[in-house]
Design a protein around this ligand. Structure first.
Ligand code: AMP
Length: 239
């Protein structure tokens, strides 16, 4: 990855830096929630899935390295993933912290991340786990359709259909099903990704603070609970 003038040390600011980790299965809604928290807290939303997809689409060397994993729904190797996150957190917009969406996804990533942050006296401020039953995940993901212009514009063929079939309400662009949301890939994605995700939950349950929130409730309620959890962390840090 190239360096830019906007880069700085990975963990400037030490304890004052707010590094928030969002944990959740594919389809749990953690991306939507991460975007909301990022906007409210004024921190960048760092999605490793998006970083990888963008690298594939823009044909960066990283894209060639990760394409087969991303398209087949397997996890990208830990060393590559940790390196991408480290580089991203060096960007100046992350100097006060970041909302990490989809990272860490394995215990090894969680441990490497703790070590990386500890080098400059920082740590994960909170791990937020958005929990959704597996049957509901399948229904959510097979019906999910994404805008081809902006992947934050997300629809569902039953639960949140666009006004015009196949077109984004916001910009009129074509909607598509993510390659890895197709049923054949999806089952493998869940089979491969859920066990290591539970390890990550255990990691933060031990080394916390971990907060679990039910993701099978209205999105606004999920956001309120997550903000409540962050407020509790801020209070305990200030105490
Ligand atoms: P997502 O958009 O979070 O569902 O991620 C899409 C794909 O990117 C995943 O299925 C993996 O192939 C890859 N990916 C994203 N985050 C990670 C991670 N932390 N570790 C390994 N692979 C990842």
């Amino acid at each position: 990855m190239t360096s830019t003038a906007a880069e700085g040390p990975v963990a400037q600011g030490g304890e004052e830096r707010r590094i928030i980790v969002m944990i959740g299965a594919p389809g749990a809604g953690k991306g939507t929630q991460a975007a909301r928290l990022a906007a409210t807290l004024g921190l960048p939303h760092v999605s490793t899935g998006k970083l990888f997809r963008d690298a594939v689409h823009s044909q960066q060397p990283l894209g060639a390295q990760v394409r087969s994993y991303v398209e087949s729904g397997s996890l990208v190797p830990d060393d590559v993933t940790v390196d991408v996150v480290e580089q991203r957190l060096r960007q100046r917009d992350a100097r006060d912290g970041a909302i990490l969406d989809g990272f860490p996804r394995t215990r090894a990533q969680a441990v490497a991340f703790d070590e990386l942050l500890a080098k400059t006296g920082a740590r994960v401020a909170a791990a937020l786990y958005v929990e959704v039953p597996t049957e509901e995940l399948m229904a959510r993901l097979t019906g999910r359709r994404i805008c081809t212009l902006d992947d934050q514009h997300v629809y569902h063929i039953v639960a949140r259909p666009p006004k015009i079939t196949g077109r984004c309400d916001l910009d009129g662009a074509r909607l598509e099903q993510r390659h890895d949301d197709k049923p054949a890939t999806l089952q493998r994605r869940l089979d491969q990704q859920l066990p290591p995700m539970y390890d990550v939950v255990d990691h933060y349950a031990d080394d916390g603070p971990l907060f679990s929130v039910r993701g099978d409730q209205p999105a606004d309620d999920v956001t309120d609970e997550l903000m409540g959890a962050l407020a509790a962390v801020a209070r305990s840090d200030g105490a």
